[in-house]
Design a protein around this ligand. Structure first.
Ligand SMILES: NC(=O)c1ccc[n+]([C@@H]2O[C@H](COP(=O)([O-])OP(=O)(O)OC[C@H]3O[C@@H](n4cnc5c(N)ncnc54)[C@H](O)[C@@H]3O)[C@@H](O)[C@H]2O)c1
Length: 497
């Protein structure tokens, strides 16, 4: 699980004794009697912020109930919201501001009680849907599986409780075909079981393009959206809702004719990006061998509009989406549409990207030799700059490889205080990471703060050591400054000593 940089996430607390939170929910709803009720299912990186956006709409005034599970991994998010502390921290100041607004308006409540669904006018589904990967020792993908179990349970609990005319908007990234083959049948079965008519429910899909980071809120609110419904009434209901959430004066809403199409659009977007990243991996090795600077080459090529998103070398791909979405697509092709073939290029891209930290390690050893007995400082554990998210971070593999070489490792990250996957503390004070002085500093996440001159000066001030920039963060001037004392190597660049 991820560290949300919230003290509650790593502290122990007792889980609720009963799942009955009906009185509190009823109180909340009666205090918000003039407002429509939006229930957001799943209070993770997407759902928690989507809840804030729904509770701070421009054209509609919703009361928002966020529902998550009363489990050790997730209950703290519910507790944290109701105690007035938002469960995740990112560079976007609007998060704090929006959360404060909800406290003042009293229109955001979090719960684990599925009774909430019975009051909803709209349910937004933001739960996770995971892919299980089976990989070799060097991270090459050997096989994978998609387990829809948790997702099906999440949909069933909505059907067991919802009003017959609710709008259910699926935002979760799903294998194409899921709304038609899984969501609709489950909801209809549940309504029939409750002797309710099944022709008034609206079911739609509109995927999130949210980007945790400095524009977190606006990446939901002011970003073009694609949507669809299982029928016209559903698509109309989703459009009406999205128009109250999304700033349509600054971005477009695009209706696609089928939920299969919007579901495919999401995984195609991410498979394209994953493949684009994977493409440059072998070119990084080539550039190192040819002793040229691939960043400089790519910058020169990027001036052509047709080539402007050629990717730069990097330590690897992390986060929850690019590491799995191409696989969801391939799985759906065979499972829901009866194809014999996989989406081979997409699968290969995930496998190549998963191996990137291993390449980063091999290059490190090639340049600097054995790390046995040395002190190594990692700058950044998050998978992405300016965010505290360690899910599938490529830094994890690199840290493990460096440790297995016998090095003593210290970790720094301004956004992560506890790294749950590795069960260890992460330092936010750079001075503490530089004592005792490391013999190798690895820049492993491109946080903006690391680009600041004061930070570079800090690294430059330690006694002669080695600096390995695995994310292409350093400018030429900064490299020169560091080189006055240190040996510097940059992934994807030939020898620059
Ligand atoms: N993180 C991103 O940047 C991002 C961007 C775009 C799309 N997405 C997609 O959005 C979806 C959610 O991603 P996330 O990053 O928020 O995941 P997450 O793991 O951070 O959050 C999911 C939450 O859903 C909760 N949950 C699971 N089952 C539930 C249930 N039955 N009832 C209530 N809550 C339940 C989990 O406890 C968890 O808190 C995924 O499909 C993901 O691929 C994520």
């Amino acid at each position: 699980m991820t560290d949300y940089n919230n003290p509650l996430s790593s502290k122990s607390f007792s889980l609720p004794e009963s799942l009955d939170d009906k009185n509190q929910i009823d109180d909340f709803v009666s205090r918000n009697s003039s407002r429509k009720i939006v229930v957001v299912q799943g209070l993770g990186f997407v759902g928690a912020v989507m809840s804030l956006v729904c509770a701070n709409t421009r054209n509609g005034d919703y009361a928002v109930i966020g529902v998550d599970l009363a489990t050790k991994e997730s209950f703290w998010k519910i507790k944290s919201i109701n105690e007035g502390s938002f469960p995740l921290v990112a560079e976007d100041p609007k998060i704090e501001q929006f959360f404060k607004n909800t406290i003042e308006k009293g229109n955001f409540y979090a719960t684990y009680d599925s009774y909430a669904y019975s009051l909803a006018d709209v349910v937004v589904v933001d739960v996770n849907l995971d892919v299980q990967k089976f990989s070799s020792e060097n991270n090459a993908l050997e096989d994978f599986d998609v387990d829809l179990g948790g997702f099906k349970k999440a949909i069933a609990v909505i059907g067991e409780n919802c009003k017959k005319d609710v709008t259910v908007l699926v935002e979760t990234t799903v294998p194409p075909g899921t709304c038609i083959n899984v969501v609709q049948p489950i909801l209809i079965d549940e309504l029939r079981r409750r002797n309710l008519s099944d022709d008034m429910i609206k079911i739609g899909h509109s995927y999130e393009r949210v980007m945790p980071g400095p524009d977190y809120i606006d990446s939901i609110r002011c970003y073009p959206r694609v949507y669809s419904g299982v029928n016209t009434a559903s698509a109309d209901a989703v459009e009406e809702f999205l128009k109250t959430i999304i700033d349509t004066s600054s971005c477009e809403l695009t209706r696609l004719e089928h939920t299969n199409a919007t579901e495919m659009a999401k995984v195609l977007e991410n498979a394209y990006r994953a493949t684009n990243i994977a493409f440059v991996v072998e070119w990084s090795r080539f550039a190192e061998e040819a002793e040229v600077d691939l960043y400089e080459i790519i910058n020169a090529i990027r001036v052509r509009k047709t080539h402007s998103n050629l990717m730069f070398p990097n330590i690897g791909v992390g986060g929850y989406c690019l590491t799995k979405d191409p696989l969801l697509a391939s799985w759906a092709r065979k499972t829901f549409f009866g194809a014999d073939s996989d989406l081979e290029m997409s699968i290969k891209s995930v496998s190549t990207n998963d191996q990137m930290p291993v390449y980063a390690y091999e290059r490190l050893k090639e340049v600097f030799g054995s790390l046995h007995g040395t002190h190594v400082a990692f700058l950044g554990v998050s998978y992405r700059g300016d965010v505290g998210d360690t899910r599938f971070t490529p830094v994890e593999s690199l840290v493990n490889l460096v440790k297995s070489d016998g090095a003593k490792v210290k970790l720094h990250d301004p956004y992560v205080s506890y790294w749950q996957e590795l069960s260890c503390e992460v330092e936010s004070d750079i001075n503490k990471v530089l004592v005792p002085e490391p013999s190798l500093v690895i820049i492993s996440t491109a946080h903006s703060v690391y680009k600041k001159e004061a930070f570079i000066d800090k690294i430059a001030s330690v006694s002669a050591s080695k600096v390995y920039d695995a994310v292409g963060l350093l400018t030429n001037e900064q490299i020169q400054k560091l080189q006055s004392k240190h040996r510097v190597s940059v992934l994807g660049r030939g020898d620059i000593s």
